[in-house]
Design a protein around this ligand. Structure first.
Ligand code: C5P
Length: 236
């Protein structure tokens, strides 16, 4: 029997599908889709880092003066509300969803994500939301720090040009020009660098390069892995 600290998947617990990867690798949209296909809960850990950042921005204190204590104090009223396809971070009665995707939050979220106590706060919220349910969780360290025993671990990667192109198509709702893609690549590479320490590929994660896959194809592959995990290991 695995010891409590062992990273060996624990088959007595509900299924956890952990999807990690760099910025704009399609983690959240893929995770949501996989969860819908399988009827599982979806929890996006990045939305909690973004919510803590939005709450800290609202205090009016300049990010250069933020401390772990000030960010945690600002984040005290944040909770996750279950929605139709995923959980939404609320601050009091306010749904933060729109604010989370704004430029100011994106520019400052990596700073907040480096704070160990904020990471512990996020991890606790994610585990609470997942507790007792089969889930798809996505982020940077779901398969390592948060759910080391997850039965399915995926690390999604894609070529930076393709990641930038997909992000722009989503944002602009049209085919982007090459110059626009090049500028977005630069922004993505900068964020990858800022998030390097937080982004961890589990030793037992399956690396999925989606550069030449459609979203439907990548969803199909992950759904197949999750179904296999639910059935148990193949007979030997
Ligand atoms: O995935 P998303 O881009 O929404 O995440 C926002 C930020 O939250 C990332 O740039 C990273 O700094 C942080 N993050 C993290 N660990 C996670 C999820 C997100 O450090 N598990």
């Amino acid at each position: 029997m695995p010891s409590p600290d062992s990273p060996v998947p624990d088959r007595r617990r509900p299924l956890v599908v952990a999807i990690d990867g760099p910025a704009a690798s399609g983690k959240s949209s893929t995770a949501k889709w996989v969860a819908r296909e399988l009827g599982l809960r979806h929890v996006d850990s990045g939305s909690l880092y973004r919510a803590a950042t939005a709450a800290a921005l609202r205090t009016g204190v300049s990010p250069s003066n933020w401390t772990e204590a000030s960010v945690l104090k600002a984040a005290v009223g944040i909770r996750l509300e279950p929605g139709e396809t995923t959980f939404h971070p609320y601050l009091g009665d306010e749904d933060l969803e729109e604010e989370l995707r704004g430029k100011d939050v994106t520019a400052n979220v990596s700073l907040v994500a480096k704070m160990p106590k904020v990471r512990a706060w996020v991890n606790e919220r994610v585990r609470e939301a997942a507790e007792g349910h089969a889930v798809v969780v996505d982020g940077r360290d779901m398969g390592t720090a948060v759910f080391p025993k997850a039965r399915v671990k995926i690390f999604l990667i894609a070529d930076p040009w393709e990641r930038a192109r997909r992000r722009l198509v989503q944002r602009l709702q049209r085919a982007p020009e090459d110059e626009e893609i090049a500028a977005e690549v630069e922004a993505l590479v900068q964020r990858d660098l800022k998030d390097e320490a937080q982004t961890q590929q589990a030793a037992d994660a399956i690396l999925l390069d989606t550069t030449f896959l459609t979203q439907e194809e990548q969803v199909e592959r992950i759904v197949a892995m999750a179904r296999q995990a639910l059935k148990g290991p193949p007979e030997s």
